[in-house]
Write a protein that binds this ligand. Structure first.
Ligand code: CU
Length: 135
């Protein structure tokens, strides 16, 4: 069964298939943690400062020291999923918040997709946060 699913994942379109492959365990992790938008502020021409908060949902507590090892910003919310912007992690965040400067060369709806490792949680936490970029 596993090999059949892996083959399906290899043939399929990535994220959706591999999510179902990991469904039982990944669901527990996904429901325990969530990323939420804390702020999205203009940071000069074509740039937006985005701060997200990682929350442990059962007790609503911020989660510090997560390692965000994958980021992607694109304009999927505005119907332009192939329009991407560079994402640069920034220092100086409060515990449980994570800040990025994103090259948002176009005003409108953007999505920031994150993959993170959380201390004590074997599953990767994945989330997409949407925000609006001004120009
Ligand atoms: Cu665009």
């Amino acid at each position: 069964m596993l090999s059949r699913l892996l083959r399906a994942a290899a043939l399929g379109t990535g994220a959706a298939v591999s999510t179902s492959l990991l469904a039982p365990a990944a669901f527990a992790a996904a429901s325990d943690y969530r990323f939420e938008l804390a702020s999205a502020r203009p940071a000069g021409p074509g740039k937006t400062d985005v701060t997200v908060r990682l929350v442990h949902a059962p007790d609503n507590k911020p989660v510090p020291d997560a390692v965000i090892f994958q980021t992607r910003a694109d304009m999927a919310p505005a119907g332009m999923p192939t329009m991407t912007g560079n994402v640069a992690p920034q220092a100086g965040q409060q515990p449980g918040t994570y800040r990025f400067q994103i090259d948002t060369g176009m005003a409108g709806g953007w999505a920031l997709t994150l993959a993170a490792k959380v201390q004590g949680e074997p599953e990767t936490v994945r989330a997409t946060v949407t925000f609006n970029a001004a120009q």
